[in-house]
Write a protein that binds this ligand. Structure first.
Ligand SMILES: [Zn+2]
Length: 65
């Protein structure tokens, strides 16, 4: 699974599979400049996605609680 990392907020979103560009499933990337987004590999131990906050709308276990 690919993820989209928002480098400004350090939040990862699920990448919308099959769609071009860096668009998150929740659609929250729409207003974010693509300069601040990067597609990263998911499930990478110790990777950037592992240390970032998960989007609560893209992940059931995301958010802060
Ligand atoms: Zn999201």
């Amino acid at each position: 699974m690919d993820l989209v990392l928002n480098e400004v907020t350090n939040t990862v979103h699920r990448h919308e599979t099959g769609r071009p560009g860096r668009q998150a499933v929740c659609g929250s990337m729409f207003h974010v400049s693509h300069d601040n987004l990067r597609v990263v590999r998911g499930a990478e131990p110790g990777g950037e996605a592992a240390s970032a906050t998960k989007c609560g709308r893209c992940f059931e276990d995301g958010g802060s609680y």
